[in-house]
Ligand binder design. Structure first.
Ligand SMILES: C[S@@+](CC[C@H](N)C(=O)[O-])C[C@H]1O[C@@H](n2cnc3c(N)ncnc32)[C@H](O)[C@@H]1O
Length: 228
């Protein structure tokens, strides 16, 4: 089983390494998605189901969307965005990869989700403080560490005053090697959200039910209102 996992990530890891070496760390996503259409390249994160770590959060807390506006960061093939839509949110979902967005729209032709091709780092200024709920699951861990602070600042900016942000990511201790992509985050990296008026409401450090099990952080932040 472990060998299968490694194979599943091989192509993505090669492309990520190459893109970073060439100084274009965001280029490999579109390359991988489009390769997956014409070759046997695998999108390692495309489970074709909502993220169980997100589902568990909503089920445990008995939360629903109630018509609030949600944003899914790095939506990939759309499963988490559709889950939020089914919960009753009005959902914007974006990804840097045009192929991912086309595939998401194709998979969910009757979707109420607004799927958009956008780069997190150049997102529309109108998104500033717009969203009642923002979901970041698994994007930070595929960005090199030098881009993460910038990404965290951008993601925080999307949340409305009093709005919610859920972050789910692979986890490691400070002294542990970051290993290969997907690169786990440290707790202090995730807590960088607190620098951008995001108050940490809950922070979980746990091992999930995947095979093999993965250590995760799941953090829920609420944006301060008028800095309070
Ligand atoms: C690891 S995947 C996770 C996708 C989805 N959340 C899931 O769990 O299936 C990360 C996604 O973020 C997208 N992404 C990476 N950098 C991005 C950026 N700067 N702006 C928007 N999307 C980005 C990638 O194209 C990819 O679809």
């Amino acid at each position: 089983m472990i060998y299968k996992e490694i194979d599943k990530r091989k192509e993505a890891r090669i492309l990520a390494e190459q893109a970073i070496t060439e100084g274009n760390p965001l280029d490999w996503f579109e390359i991988l998605y489009s390769k997956s259409e014409n070759t046997r390249a695998i999108i390692p994160w495309a489970d074709m189901a909502p993220n169980p770590n997100v589902v568990e959060f909503f089920e445990r807390n008995g939360l629903s969307g109630n018509g609030n506006l949600a944003l899914k960061v790095g939506c990939g093939l759309g499963d988490d965005a559709e889950y939020l839509s089914d919960l009753g949110f009005n959902v914007f979902a974006f990804d840097i990869s045009p192929t991912a967005i086309r595939k998401a729209k194709g998979r969910f032709p009757n979707s109420k989700v607004l799927y958009l091709i956008e780069d997190l780092f150049t997102a529309p200024v109108e998104w500033n403080g717009l969203f009642d709920f923002v979901l970041e699951s698994y994007t930070l861990q595929v960005l090199p560490s030098n881009l993460r602070k910038k990404a965290i600042k951008a993601i925080s900016s999307f949340v409305s005053p009093g709005g919610n942000l859920l972050v789910v990511t692979r986890a490691r201790n400070d002294h542990e090697n970051k290993g290969a992509m997907p690169w786990p985050l440290t707790e202090s990296e995730v807590r960088n959200f607190e620098k951008y008026s995001m108050n940490c409401n809950s922070f979980e450090d746990y091992t999930d039910n995947e095979n093999p099990p993965i250590r995760r952080f799941r953090a829920h932040f609420i944006k301060l209102v008028n800095g309070q």
